[in-house]
Write a protein that binds this ligand. Structure first.
Ligand SMILES: Nc1ncnc2c1ncn2[C@@H]1O[C@H](COP(=O)(O)OP(=O)(O)O)[C@@H](O)[C@H]1O
Length: 190
């Protein structure tokens, strides 16, 4: 199934409502954002936007931080690049931070969480340098992304999801699929 995006109203003003939702999947690197996103893409028909990939591909950054082995994002360029796609609805946006995106973009914000020992193993397997592992583990311990999400979006749309095991992932995928189904059903009633 290809992904879809359309308006319920031909007028693209502030009052139009999306027929298809935008979901932000966020969380510390290694919590399983891209794996979970890919799992629900076909069943939900949503488009996948991996912000890290987009930043690399389109050069939406101010250089590479050697110490942390990551790109320094140019927030304005990223938001400009995504604006059209996101305002059409029907997207899953995957990024390990969330306060750079406008609040109006998202109908649901999922914050993935992983137990520290499990996360440590995943990051080590990825071959991250120790400094980057420590930074990310601290980020998870102090639930930095969850706090950021709660500060940036309405509490009703921010959901914390444990994502330690394959069973967790399957249950999270089912929840997302059901939520998207309900969202679309509700919009189609109007
Ligand atoms: N729920 C899960 N149970 C077990 N392994 C998982 C789970 N979610 C992700 N993984 C594994 O953890 C690693 C990191 O997942 P990934 O989706 O790349 O994380 P992120 O996109 O958040 O950086 C991958 O090797 C993936 O297969």
């Amino acid at each position: 199934m290809s992904c879809i995006s359309e308006y319920s109203d031909s007028e693209q003003d502030a009052s139009f409502e999306r027929i298809n939702p935008n979901i932000l999947i966020t969380g510390t690197p290694g919590t399983g954002k891209s794996t979970l996103s890919e799992l629900v893409l076909e069943s939900t028909g949503l488009c996948y936007i991996n912000v890290n990939e987009l930043v690399k591909e389109k050069g939406l950054h101010e250089g590479f931080d050697q110490e942390f082995q990551s790109y320094i994002l140019d927030d304005d360029k990223v938001v400009d690049e995504l604006e059209d796609a996101v305002s059409n609805g029907g997207n899953i946006v995957d990024y390990h931070s969330c306060d750079l995106f406008p609040e109006r973009w998202f109908d649901l914000v999922l914050v993935l969480r992983t137990d520290i020992t499990i996360l440590y193993d995943r990051l080590e397997k990825r071959g991250y340098p120790q400094k980057k592992i420590t930074e990310n583990i601290d980020c998870e311990i102090f639930q930095v992304i969850l706090e950021e999400a709660r500060e940036s979006y309405s509490s009703e749309i921010v959901i914390e999801l444990q994502n330690n095991t394959i069973q967790d992932m399957e249950s999270n995928a089912s929840r997302i699929e059901q939520w998207v189904y309900n969202f679309k059903a509700q919009k189609n009633q109007h």
